[in-house]
Design a binder for this molecule. Structure first.
Ligand code: ATP
Ligand code: MG
Length: 557
């Protein structure tokens, strides 16, 4: 985007430019301090990951500090399980983070004190109007608002009433504390916004200590300022709230000299992916998915379970850049990032997802030989392994056809192919069951054609992957597809537009015996099928893989 410029070959985003200016001017001395401020009311999604990578990255690049701060000012929707999941996700995305974790609710005392400072300065008042009346008085985008009849209460009266609010003398909604700014402001957020409300609710952190709670717009700038945040990076919907942010900090003595700077950027949206926390919550609660970490979910927990690496998500976030222009990123870019990361790291193995037996009729019954297979052609350092080969093997059902179309180079009667890392085999015959399904393919092999011996006698066009029938391991494989059918949905109908084939479970897969040694969380490339991870549902008797991503840029149906 136009906000990115080339600077010493490294792209400097517009936020870094602001930081550079502040460093040059000494606005905050030499410090750069960012934060990620989630509300603990759901799991983090890939949009949050972008914000984390951005804020953490800015701190890191500038020798600064990064805080995770829970914006837990709304006692109704918050939950400790969300707090735990968020900490886990941030640690996973930022492995060398020093775990600076803060809670807005720890600042409730200070926030109360700053409210009293505002009252004492004649900048806040207790209002008795109801929520509906406040809305009516607020005016519209085209009409100015009207001042509340309670606006001119004396400082003493305001102090007394606010204290009584805190002490629980009033019921929910009976009174509020409002900033006293300008009911005629063209910006509605400046029309005497409510800064405290009465809410007789227990809080996950402060329990029953408080029955008044600060509003988000009041709490957020104070949280930033209390922590010494220099650059408060948030998304564009807060742009209109910035004047109040600045107003507030400039009116609190402790913060007015070097107030935190709010900087907005455009949210990340992904094709074929519904992102809002509220909607993801609905999918979990109503059973459209199997929990927040379902591998189809665009949550950080979902991507982790699916097999994405933190590096791939960081690289993705870095590659899409940061801008003020709203756009939707093609999910193919995210898939590119994980393929790119795993191509070096994941060992290649052979797995047959839809097996059919191939019998090599001229191979001795009891013979087993071990053939050598490279573990990663893109990363030779990963070495090689020995794979058992014998008379009966499994190949993919789709790799044999009785009546092949043109340009089909795999097995069909009379055709010869290469078995990867082993021999050439030629199809001589096949057997069908009573329903006409092919159940066995019979071949002969040519001992001269062994892989690695430099055989050049003739060429074949097809190469098949296979596993030894006697040695292979049974596995379950879960194939995942996009969450949404397409991009034509909105918040009201997205549940009807969910991709009904987003999860396919294959129960009868056969994988190489070498996988027996491996653990939950290990990743492989199954030749031709994509990248896979051993899922945490795996038990001693049931080996389960998730497909992380296919090898090509569109999913194979
Ligand atoms: P949602 O819109 O999914 O409900 P939210 O913005 O309400 O998310 P918060 O917990 O308030 O969720 O967000 C924490 C931080 O993450 C905020 O600074 C917010 O701006 C940022 N954020 C949320 N969604 C995105 C996104 N899609 N892209 C980038 N940053 C995001
Ligand atoms: Mg929010």
């Amino acid at each position: 985007m136009s906000d990115n410029i080339e600077n010493n070959k490294e792209s400097v985003n517009f936020i870094q430019k602001i930081i550079n200016e502040d460093l040059a001017n000494g606005t905050y001395g030499s410090s750069v301090h960012t934060r990620f401020p989630p509300e603990p009311n759901g799991y983090l999604h890939i949009g949050h990951a972008k914000s984390i990578c951005l804020n953490y990255g800015l701190a890191k690049k500038n020798n600064g500090i990064f805080n995770l701060r829970f914006d837990d000012t709304n006692p109704i929707k918050e939950d400790d399980s969300f707090v735990e999941s968020i900490i886990k996700d941030v640690k996973w995305l930022c492995p060398d983070w020093d775990e600076r974790i803060f809670y807005a609710s720890d600042y409730f005392d200070k926030m109360y004190k700053y409210a009293i400072e505002l009252i004492n300065k004649g900048l806040a008042f207790v209002d008795d109007l109801s929520a509906d009346e406040i809305r009516e008085y607020r005016g519209t985008l085209t009409e100015p608002g009207k001042e509340s009849p309670y606006r001119n209460r004396s400082i003493e009266e305001n102090l007394k009433l606010f204290e009584e609010m805190k002490n629980g003398l009033y019921s929910n909604g009976e009174k509020v504390l409002r900033a006293k700014i300008d009911m005629k402001s063209p910006n509605i957020n400046m029309r005497d916004p409510v800064i405290y409300r009465i809410l007789h609710e227990s809080h996950h952190n402060t329990g029953d200590k408080w029955c008044i709670y600060p509003m988000y717009d009041y709490a957020h700038p104070l949280e930033d300022a209390i922590e010494g945040i220099t650059h408060s990076v948030c998304t564009l919907e807060f742009e209109d709230h910035r004047p109040f942010y600045d107003w507030l900090l400039s009116n609190i003595d402790e913060f007015k000299d070097a107030p935190t700077k709010q900087i907005e950027f455009a949210k990340l949206f992904l094709t074929k992916t519904m992102m809002g926390k509220r909607y993801l919550k609905k999918m979990v609660e109503e059973g459209y998915v199997e929990g927040w970490d379902d591998p189809r979910m665009p949550t950080v927990a979902g991507y982790r379970r699916r097999g994405y690496t933190p590096e791939s998500i960081n690289n993705f976030c870095e590659s899409i850049g940061v801008s003020k222009a709203q756009s939707v990123v093609d999910i193919a870019m995210l898939e590119y990032a994980i393929r790119d990361d795993l191509s070096q790291k994941a060992p290649r193995t052979m797995a047959v997802l839809d097996p059919i037996k191939l019998i090599i009729t001229n191979y001795p019954e009891d013979k087993v030989e071990y053939v050598e297979a490279g573990n990663n052609p893109d990363n030779k350092e990963m070495g090689s392994r020995m794979i058992p080969f014998c008379r009966e093997i499994y190949i993919e059902r789709e790799d044999f056809m009785e009546n092949p179309p043109k340009k089909y180079f795999r097995l069909f009667p009379g055709n010869e192919v290469r078995l990867r890392n082993a021999y050439f085999v030629k199809c001589e015959d096949f057997i069908k069951d009573d329903d006409g399904n092919v159940i066995e393919v019979h071949c002969t092999y040519d001992p001269e054609t062994k892989s690695g011996t430099g055989f050049t006698g003739r060429k074949v066009k097809g190469t098949l992957h296979w596993v030894s029938a006697k040695h292979c391991i049974d596995a379950e494989v879960r194939l995942y597809d996009y969450m949404m059918e397409d991009d034509n949905y909105d918040k009201s109908n997205f549940l009807e537009k969910l991709n009904q084939n987003s999860k396919i479970v294959l129960k009868n897969c056969k994988v190489e015996p070498s996988i027996k040694e491996h653990n939950i969380g290990e990743r492989f490339q199954f030749l031709r099928h994509g990248y896979f991870i051993i899922d945490e549902d795996t038990t001693k008797d049931n080996l389960i893989f998730n497909r992380i991503v296919s090898l090509k840029s569109s999913y194979k149906k």
